[in-house]
Design a protein around this ligand. Structure first.
Ligand code: NAD
Length: 353
């Protein structure tokens, strides 16, 4: 496997590999960029079929974190880690402690938090071995889990998109969600409270039944989701939801959801622009989680302060939507350009200092 020539390498500053046969840990930590500060990003545990698939995922995700933190006005860089393994079968206390040692060995170049396949409790174990773990302190309204605040940011982002596209609030809007897990559940609560009609599909019967029971969500079959006659499509499961197979069937005029890396290829952003679909760039709308984790890393538990910062997502999205319309460029292109401007400015200031 080649790292420097890898299609997703994108000038990563550091990629570290760890194998610990005693605990079974096989992990990769990627630091994409630390211009704005030391890297921060979640630790994903997933049964990758090959080590190249794990490398690809960690490289793409850590690059995304650089852009996400830049547009969320956070003084942190982009990083991510992955553990190769099935979280339900392979996770053990020893494996998490070994991950803590791995993170600590990088002396603060990377701070971790929970992600798919890891939890608040797992972070507490990792933190037994490293000071560079966040995402487990209790704050005023929520526990250490960033999902409710991520959901709040995505909810605000959907409000911004609906306001921009339809000039209205969420009352009576039809919203189809792909995935109603940790973030999706809290989103459903906020969306239904605001008067939206929510439809959802999920591969987990337990998770879909929960939102049908708690909020009266209408279940859609997995194959009905993209072509559903709705106003907003919200991808809240895994990456790559918007791809060459799904894009033609999308009827919604807004795509706005929590999932990372929603576009299978960057061209999907252009196709949505051509088709008049307003796309809320994933790393902008879902930045509530990293904002929350950043405050946790600073030991700040003031929920009002954190929510006020998260509200900035709405303003950033509205700016992106306007520029996309004026410049006739996709929203994903505009978001990347804005983030790159921030990184360039910061680098210039550092060089001048
Ligand atoms: P989760 O694992 O709790 O929820 C994902 C849900 O999607 C699960 O219910 C799962 O069964 C379902 N799912 C998986 N494949 C599906 C498919 N093909 N069709 C329909 N449903 C499917 O994860 P989460 O924490 O809710 O995160 C959701 C997304 O948001 C992820 O992409 C994650 O990276 C991103 N995200 C999460 C946070 C956070 O704070 N948790 C922050 C930023 C971004």
């Amino acid at each position: 496997m080649s790292v420097f020539d890898h299609a997703d390498f994108d000038n990563h500053q550091m990629v570290a590999f760890k194998s610990d046969p005693k605990s079974g840990l096989k992990a990769i930590i990627a630091v994409h960029n630390d211009i704005l500060g030391p890297a921060m990003g979640g630790c994903r545990m997933f049964p990758y079929s090959t080590s190249d698939a794990a490398l690809s995922d960690v490289l793409r995700l850590s690059r995304g974190m650089t852009y996400k933190s830049a547009l969320a006005s956070l003084p942190v860089g982009g990083g991510k880690s992955v553990i190769i393994g099935d979280p339900r079968r392979d996770k053990s206390r020893d494996l998490l402690l070994a991950m803590g040692d791995f993170i600590e060995s990088l002396s603060g170049q990377y701070t971790t938090a929970e992600d798919s396949g890891t939890s608040v409790d797992d972070m507490a174990v990792i933190a037994e071995r490293t000071q560079y773990a966040a995402g487990m302190i209790e704050h005023e309204k929520h526990g250490g889990d960033p999902s409710p605040i991520t959901a709040y940011g995505v909810y605000q982002g959907i409000c911004a998109a609906v306001e921009y596209k339809y000039g209205s609030d969420l009352k009576g809007m039809k919203i189809a969600m792909q995935g109603v897990g940790n973030v999706g559940y809290h989103m459903v609560e906020m969306l239904t409270k605001a008067g939206a009609k929510v439809f959802a599909s999920d591969v987990s019967t337990k998770n879909i039944e929960r939102v049908v029971h708690d909020f009266g969500v209408t279940e859609l079959r997995l194959d009905e989701l993209f072509s559903a006659n709705v106003d907003v499509l919200a991808p809240c499961a895994l990456g790559g939801a918007i791809n060459s197979e799904s894009i033609d069937s999308i009827k919604a005029k807004i795509v706005a959801g929590a999932a990372n890396n929603q576009l299978k290829t960057p061209e999907m952003g252009d196709v949505m622009l051509e088709r008049g679909i307003l796309y809320a760039p994933d790393y902008v709308i879902n930045s509530g989680g990293i904002i929350d984790v950043y405050y946790q890393s600073q030991d700040i538990r003031d929920t009002d302060k954190i929510e006020a910062h998260v509200l900035g997502i709405k303003k950033t999205l509205l700016e992106i939507f306007k520029r996309s319309e004026t410049e006739a460029k996709s929203t994903s292109h505009i978001a990347d350009a804005l983030a790159e401007d921030i990184l360039r400015d910061s680098l210039q200031k550092k060089k001048a200092a």
